[in-house]
Design a protein around this ligand. Structure first.
Ligand SMILES: Nc1nc2c(ncn2[C@@H]2O[C@H](COP(=O)(O)OP(=O)(O)OP(=O)(O)O)[C@@H](O)[C@H]2O)c(=O)[nH]1
Ligand SMILES: [Mg+2]
Length: 316
């Protein structure tokens, strides 16, 4: 979704900075001038690398305020908004300190007339810069993890009419998304197979529709939901123009009809403004005889009719 550069560790950043500095070569005037210029250039070059690397991290992480509610809440659920801000703040602090220490050292070196002392000043400053960068190593590691989390975020088209597939775990949501759209989410016999929101598309009469697969929800209050379930809640809350609620009356999913019905009623209360299409899956195993739409995501029975229903609900 966002182009965040690889976040290096403190040691890697320092390696990069000092390696670049070791290539600096300047020759001018007297030996003292040459030594002074080489040391100043080395120091400037290494601190520039650090300042610009950390600056790139600060700039490339999305600013939460600028994101759509879905992405900003997703960041909060998966990474923690405050934690992320703290980390980025630490980057800013570190780059400011490195720039300051290096500027002060350059001033000192400019007025020094002993080559040994100049060299010593540069080494000492390297030491101080190293310890500043090492101080934020934990935050760098946190940002590296945050980056890999963000890279896994689904790419949502906020313009396309969107159907969110919801329901208890293991009822066949991902299998249905495979049937309906281009997406190929993983299907497996056990619950909680789907841990991330994923996106597929389908076309009808030349129009493009977005379908979103979500992790399974348990029948429990919002306050008790875990971070994986909350991804599904965010998709339902922020992305759904229509919800398809999948029920597995065969109960082979491992959840009773009663549990699934209670989940459905609580979603109906929570998401009053979104039309919910209720569909019973696994009709190849069991036909409950209810008046709901019946499908089999495995054999494909009823899936075309469901798509028609979705398209007309989106047009309404
Ligand atoms: N017989 C039958 N099995 C189905 C049908 N649809 C899905 N299944 C099976 O049900 C199991 C769960 O399917 P998934 O699509 O992974 O279910 P899910 O709702 O996405 O599950 P989570 O991601 O864990 O919430 C798999 O073993 C599927 O093969 C169906 O129409 N008929
Ligand atoms: Mg799934």
């Amino acid at each position: 979704m966002l182009d965040i550069p690889t976040v290096l560790t403190a040691d890697e950043i320092l390696d990069k900075a000092f390696r670049k500095a070791s290539k600096v070569d300047v020759r001018r005037g007297t030996r003292l001038d040459t030594v002074r210029q080489i040391n100043i250039s080395k120091l400037k070059s290494s601190s520039d690398v650090i300042v610009s690397t950390l600056g790139r991290y600060v700039k490339s992480f999305p600013s939460i305020e600028a994101l759509s509610p879905f992405y900003s809440e997703l960041i909060d659920v998966t990474i923690g908004t405050d934690r992320l801000k703290k980390s980025l703040g630490a980057m800013d602090w570190c780059r400011g300190q490195v720039a300051k220490v290096s500027r002060a050292a350059v001033r000192d070196m400019s007025s020094q007339n002993s080559t040994a002392r100049i060299d010593e000043l540069r080494r000492g400053t390297y030491g101080r810069i190293s310890s500043l960068v090492k101080q934020v190593d934990g935050e760098l590691k946190f940002l590296a993890k945050a980056r890999s989390t963000i890279k896994k975020f689904p790419t949502i088209d906020h313009e396309a009419p969107t159907t969110v597939i919801g329901g208890a775990p293991n009822v066949g949501k991902s299998q249905l998304v495979r049937r309906m759209s281009t997406a190929k989410p993983r299907v497996a016999v056990y619950p909680f197979t789907t841990q991330e929101v994923s996106v597929g598309v389908f076309e009808r009469a030349r129009a493009r529709y977005q379908v979103i697969d979500t992790p399974g929800l348990l029948d429990r209050p919002l306050s008790e939901r875990n971070a994986i379930e909350l991804r599904a809640v965010l998709a339902l809350r922020h992305l759904a123009d229509v919800v398809v609620f999948v029920i597995d009356p065969s109960e082979t999913c491992g959840y009773t009809r009663g549990q699934q019905e209670r989940l459905l009623s609580s979603l109906k209360t929570e998401f009053r403004d979104v039309p919910i299409i209720e569909v019973e899956n696994k009709v190849d195993l069991l036909d409950s005889g209810s008046s709901r739409m019946k499908i089999s995501a495995i054999t494909g029975t009823g899936v075309d009719a469901l798509v028609d229903e979705v398209v007309s609900a989106l047009a309404a």
